[in-house]
Ligand binder design. Structure first.
Ligand SMILES: [Cu+2]
Length: 176
């Protein structure tokens, strides 16, 4: 069965359900009317069950999906890494000039003045990681450098007239 036909069938089925519901509502008006108080009691009971059921579904969805929430594992992975403070300012990055290779690093990135973007380029000039540097806020960037050599941090967000010149080199690994 091709997609268009399946879609038509699905639409037909949903339209059928809608028609049945509308007809049921129409036919229900033919019944003798009842007292408000009498109807209200039953409606409130249905509402209670409906609320309880929804609460149960929401709780089940939450409880079954929370173990797979990505932030938990990310936080756990943060533990053994070396923390590298980086402060961006017009127009440089204040950061260590030498970092170890093959070790998990967490760059703790903030800014002293305006918004900057920290982009880290490997010795071949390829971007290996980037995160925004914001004043009064710390962003975390987790990286492992497997290749020793000379890396460059460059600003990736326009931050003033000398933005294009904003970069800072650092070495990774045994090379000094
Ligand atoms: Cu900049």
């Amino acid at each position: 069965m091709d997609a268009a036909l399946r879609l038509l069938l699905l639409f037909g089925m949903l339209a059928g359900v809608a028609i049945v519901v509308f007809m049921a509502v129409v036919f229900s008006t033919w019944l003798p009317s009842r007292e408000q108080a009498q109807v209200q009691k039953r409606a409130y009971a249905i509402r209670g069950w409906w609320f309880g059921g929804l609460l149960l579904i929401v709780f089940a969805a939450f409880a079954s999906s929370i173990p797979f929430f990505p932030y938990v594992s990310a936080t756990a992975a943060l533990a053994p890494a070396l923390r590298v403070p980086v402060i961006a300012e017009q127009y440089t990055f204040l950061m260590p000039s030498h970092l170890p290779a093959n070790q998990p690093l967490i760059f703790e990135v903030t800014s002293r003045d305006v918004n900057h973007g920290l982009g880290i380029y490997d010795p071949e000039g390829r971007l290996v990681g980037q995160v925004q540097a914001m004043p009064d806020y710390t962003n975390y960037l987790r990286l492992v450098f497997h290749k020793p050599g000379r890396y460059t941090a460059r600003c990736l967000e326009y931050c003033g007239p000398e933005h294009a010149l904003m970069e800072k080199a650092f070495t990774v690994g045994d090379e000094k």
